[in-house]
Design a protein around this ligand. Structure first.
Ligand code: 13P
Length: 349
């Protein structure tokens, strides 16, 4: 199957009342792990690459691997998404490669570190929406600023410094016409999110529910959604790692989000932990090994297990065959004739 519009994938998820995991990739084994899990659970899937991933793998290697995944898995809808685009140019280059979705993270300036103003965010996101929609490509925006740093991108902090203001979220959706909106509710990228199991003082699910009430037709995105399970931490530490005690986002909180408008759930850290644990285990217990396949194969399997588990927990499992992909050129027509316009003022009519 050709790569699918992320908008179509999220619209279908909204119809079915489920969430779709968006898993980060940097290399062939991670792409294979995601496809193994998608095949096993019959799930549509979002594969995403950060700027760091695109630089690490080189654009063409990474994109050709995604094309191979699509060719080898004709029954699985796959959307290819640019994670945290820092500028119009980054998004444009992803679209030129063939990505079917881009995130314009205008909550930060182009340096990927400094929080921007609301007007700066609206301006750059609107420009990306105009450009992308003309080409049938989906756009995710961000309002409020997420915590932590991922692949060098991020303002740092706990994620509570700039939580999303619901009025601003509505104005942002109206003025930009984004298809999906990342909101800041206290989550952050990376392994160190919370110092104990999070409660409502640090993970603001009430705010998410409020924003969904104001923007019922906008697909919400939860970034920083790794659960950082203790068993994955334990494997790393058992085999010579040095992770400090930490907590992620409990799966039941993500499921609460999914019941309240979250359609895209970003997960990277859990997969990194799973792979690292598996590699450590081989190298620690069998120090004579030196063939990369001896540790990359278990690493790939460990990641596939985590991804399959999340696909089941998010509810996307079993939905791969629900729909036929709409060609991107048809999606572009939908944007042009207004039928895919989800701005709150139009959706309310
Ligand atoms: P985690 O670090 O929680 O996996 O978040 C990943 C993410 O949000 C990618 O944009």
């Amino acid at each position: 199957m050709p790569l699918v519009s992320m908008r179509q994938l999220l619209d279908e998820a909204a119809k079915g009342g489920y969430g779709v995991g968006a898993f980060n990739v940097n290399d062939m084994e991670q792409i294979q792990a995601i496809m193994m899990a998608a095949k096993q659970t019959k799930s549509p899937v979002i594969v995403q690459a950060s700027r760091g991933a695109r630089a690490f793998a080189e654009d063409l290697y990474l994109f050709k691997l995604i094309q191979a995944a699509a060719e080898l898995n004709p029954d699985i809808p796959i959307a290819m998404h640019q994670d945290h685009g820092n500028s119009f140019e980054t998004c444009k280059s992803a679209i030129a490669l063939g990505y079917t979705s881009v995130m314009m993270d205008g909550s930060l300036l182009e340096d990927g570190k400094t929080p921007s103003t609301f007007e700066q965010n609206v301006d750059v996101t609107r420009r990306v929406v105009d450009y992308a929609h003309e080409r049938g490509v989906t756009v995710e925006g961000e309002i409020g600023v997420l915590g932590g740093i991922e692949d060098g991108h991020g303002a740092g902090g706990t994620g509570l410094e700039h939580v999303t203001d619901p009025d601003q979220a509505v104005e942002f959706a109206e003025r930009t016409g984004v298809d999906a909106l990342a909101i800041a509710i206290g989550t952050s990228h990376g392994a160190y999110k919370f110092s104990k199991k999070p409660d409502g003082s640090v993970l603001k699910m009430d705010l998410l529910i409020k924003i969904h009430g104001r923007l019922p037709h906008t697909h919400l995105v939860m970034h920083g959604s790794s659960s950082v399970p203790k068993d994955l931490q334990d494997v790393i530490n058992e085999y010579g790692g040095k992770l400090k005690p930490t907590w992620g986002v409990p799966v039941e909180e993500i499921q609460l989000g999914i019941r309240n408008g979250v359609r895209k759930v970003n997960v990277d850290t859990d997969n990194r932990l799973a792979m690292t644990g598996a590699i450590r285990k081989v190298l620690w217990t069998q120090p004579e090994k030196f063939d990369p396949r001896d540790y990359m194969k278990p690493a790939r399997e460990a990641m596939a297990n985590v991804v399959a588990q999340r696909m089941t927990q998010f509810g996307q499992a079993g939905h791969a065959g629900d729909y036929a992909p709409i060609p991107i050129t048809e999606i572009a027509k939908g944007y042009a004739n207004g039928s895919l316009d989800t701005r709150p003022s139009l959706a309310a009519k």
